[in-house]
Design a protein around this ligand. Structure first.
Ligand code: AVJ
Length: 319
């Protein structure tokens, strides 16, 4: 039997139906919104990889530094035999963890992108021939069924992606993760931390303009998938710090009055000059807040590690 399994828990057309529902809902309300998960087609994923290498975008490097420093400790504390990674993408940073988990039996990458899962899975198998990889095509925000693999389980959600969920969505997400954990299992969570506004804004509005391209890519996705006629040049990239909510917001600002047609939804959407559409929130955290959100989901924070500059945190919590 091949050590690589791929299970689809999403129907082939689920993505299309979810995009239609999100676009219809988001563009017919005031203020308009589009959810950040639609950034990540092939081009958007490539742009995000470029973002992670920008001088202003510190989270990826900070998290990698923590993983390298703490992988052995994570292995020792958890004794993980199954590693589940939510939103695994290229599984790039996960290698630091995999390399230090001597008892690991199965790696379960979970992602909506089949191509990312297959590529990452094959690459990992070439490096770790004994490892079982059971990839799941799934939307982890909608509840998950995990394969029956040996415990203890370690569920990893890295990159600070939890910050892209709104507070109520985070509560639901953490509760659903908690329901996957048995006694002795653990959650490894990456969270970007509150810091100086100028550092945060620069990370989301880089000088080279890569984040602006990434932000506008959602318009290209809607054009391709739903036949819309957005012109990305009609919008400006906006990144701002909301100090009350403690999150970065990315928006697209219409540079002139516009009407956009979306044939697949039989919809025409008007934008006023200067109107801003929210495309992402990226919440920044403090230790007390993370601990409280985990506790509300019946998870107990047991370890808190930051990079040397204190910009980003990895936490370990147990059921
Ligand atoms: C997906 C959480 C890693 O919110 O920082 C990067 C996505 N958006 N630049 C983040 C993102 C703009 C990112 N994460």
């Amino acid at each position: 039997m091949s050590p690589f399994h791929l299970t689809r828990t999403l129907p082939e057309d689920a993505t299309d139906a979810a995009l239609r529902a999100d676009v219809l809902h988001g563009l017919t309300r005031n203020p308009k919104t589009l959810p950040p998960k639609w950034f990540y087609d092939a081009r958007g994923s490539a742009l995000f990889e470029q973002i992670t290498e920008l001088p202003e975008y510190y989270p990826t490097r900070a998290e990698r530094q923590i993983l390298i420093a703490r992988a052995a400790e994570i292995a020792e504390v958890t004794g993980a035999r199954t590693l589940v990674e939510l939103g695994s993408g290229s599984s790039d940073k996960t290698r630091h963890l995999l390399d230090e988990l001597p008892d690991l039996h199965t790696y379960v990458p979970v992602d909506v992108s089949e191509s990312a899962l297959t590529q990452a899975g094959q690459a990992l198998l070439a490096e770790r021939p004994g490892l079982n990889v059971h990839a799941l095509i799934a939307d982890f925000t909608n509840g998950l069924a995990l394969p029956d693999t040996p415990g203890p389980r370690l569920v990893a959600f890295l990159g600070g992606t939890i910050g892209n969920l709104l507070p109520a969505e985070r509560a639901g997400f953490l509760a659903s993760v908690r329901s996957l954990l048995a006694p002795g299992d653990a959650l490894l969570l990456g969270t970007d931390l509150v810091k100086d506004e100028s550092v945060l804004v620069a990370a989301y509005d880089d000088a080279a303009g890569v984040t602006a391209e990434f932000n506008k890519n959602v318009l290209a996705v809607v054009n391709r998938e739903l036949g819309a006629d957005f012109d990305p040049a009609d919008f400006a990239h906006v990144a701002l710090w909301d100090r009350g909510s403690e999150w970065i917001e990315m928006r697209l600002r219409a540079l002139q009055p516009l009407t956009v047609k979306i044939p697949a939804l039989d919809l025409a959407v008007d934008f006023e000059r200067g109107e801003e559409m929210r495309t992402e929130v990226s919440a920044k955290f403090r230790k007390d807040g993370v601990s409280a959100e985990l506790a509300a989901a019946r998870l107990e924070l047991t370890r808190w590690w930051t990079d040397t500059a204190g910009r980003f945190a990895l936490s370990l919590s147990v059921a």
